[in-house]
Design a protein around this ligand. Structure first.
Ligand SMILES: NC(=O)c1ccc[n+]([C@@H]2O[C@H](COP(=O)([O-])OP(=O)(O)OC[C@H]3O[C@@H](n4cnc5c(N)ncnc54)[C@H](OP(=O)(O)O)[C@@H]3O)[C@@H](O)[C@H]2O)c1
Length: 276
């Protein structure tokens, strides 16, 4: 599929990966809608896209909390009143609050699942029937490397991103042959405001474990994502490490756990003695 003249709606489109997806989709000729909570951030995102793409179709912005079904449904309707039915839904809204399991309140587990999982499910449930009727469309779920392997410090986040994997895999089968494609993206660490926020509560062990994965730009993650979506790819794993992980995870899990435990032990000892 091509993005030209398609209505591309992005939740979490005011920042980071979502904003970059919006910018690149607009550059490819799409009619873009962005959904997030903070209206000021949304307005700044729209201005940034128009500044970069003066010829782009008007970017629609709608404020909604994806974890509240009525709000995201109203946002979808508002965007569709301007740009018509959603052709490509990208669910990038997400939160991550790492920490040691015993120290993270249950409310954080609940909120993470509400935003990352149900905040993806609600808009999917709303757009898929219309896409199926029209015999065309694409849904794109932004998971994470933490949706492929459970990492130290990510006990609230990893399950929410694993849940997206289960949803995408099950839905892929149901939508096969309907003309509606399902894509799931597993980005590695990406330089965005979310990562800055995460680093505030990340245990030293988590920092040591994720350090080896390198740091991607939102621009690069968005480019790989949109290229994969246009080719109808199901799973998108930016970079060699996540691609290998996606293919081999179950086979190499014992070795992976051994290596992760070693890195975590070293990081903990380093933090205790003050040595790197
Ligand atoms: N950055 C990374 O290293 C990384 C790695 C792997 C996967 N990811 C995933 O990629 C996605 C985008 O992350 P990012 O790093 O680009 O984050 P980001 O820069 O913090 O952007 C997150 C976006 O989601 C919106 N959002 C958050 N909670 C929301 C809610 N309840 N309802 C509606 N919108 C909400 C935010 O706007 P408001 O706060 O105004 O609502 C913002 O637009 C997330 O799903 C994240 O888990 C990120």
């Amino acid at each position: 599929m091509t993005l030209q003249d398609q209505h591309v709606l992005i939740t979490g489109g005011s920042s980071g990966i979502g904003l970059e997806l919006g910018r690149q989709a607009a550059a490819a000729g799409a009619r873009v809608s962005l959904v997030a909570r903070d209206s000021a951030k949304l307005a700044a995102a729209r201005a940034a896209i128009h500044a970069a793409q003066p010829a782009a179709a008007d970017v629609v912005i709608v404020s909604a909390d994806v974890a509240i079904e009525a709000e995201i449904l109203a946002a979808l309707q508002a965007a569709e009143r301007v740009h018509g039915p959603v052709d490509v839904l990208i669910t990038s809204a997400g939160i991550a609050r790492p920490g040691y399991f015993e120290e993270v309140p249950v409310a954080v587990f609940e909120r993470t699942m509400a935003v990352n999982y149900f905040g993806t499910l609600y808009p999917l449930k709303a757009v898929v029937p219309g896409m199926r009727r029209r015999g065309r469309g694409a849904v794109v779920l932004i998971s994470s490397g933490a949706g492929l392997v459970g990492l130290f410090g990510y006990t609230p986040y990893a399950p929410s991103k694993f849940a997206l994997r289960g949803l995408a895999e099950a839905l892929r089968g149901e939508l096969k042959s309907t003309g509606v494609s399902v894509t799931i993206v597993y980005p590695p660490d990406t330089d965005t405001p979310q990562l800055v926020e995460e680093n505030l509560t990340k245990p030293v062990e988590t920092k040591a474990l994720t350090a080896g994965g390198g740091l991607w730009t939102a621009e690069a993650v968005a480019r790989v994502t949109l290229a994969g979506v246009q080719r109808g790819r199901f799973a998108i794993t930016p970079g060699f490490q996540l691609t290998a992980l996606a293919w081999l995870h179950s086979v190499i899990a014992p070795v992976l756990n051994w290596s992760f435990d070693r890195i975590a032990r070293k990081a903990r000892r380093g933090a205790a003695t003050g040595s790197p």
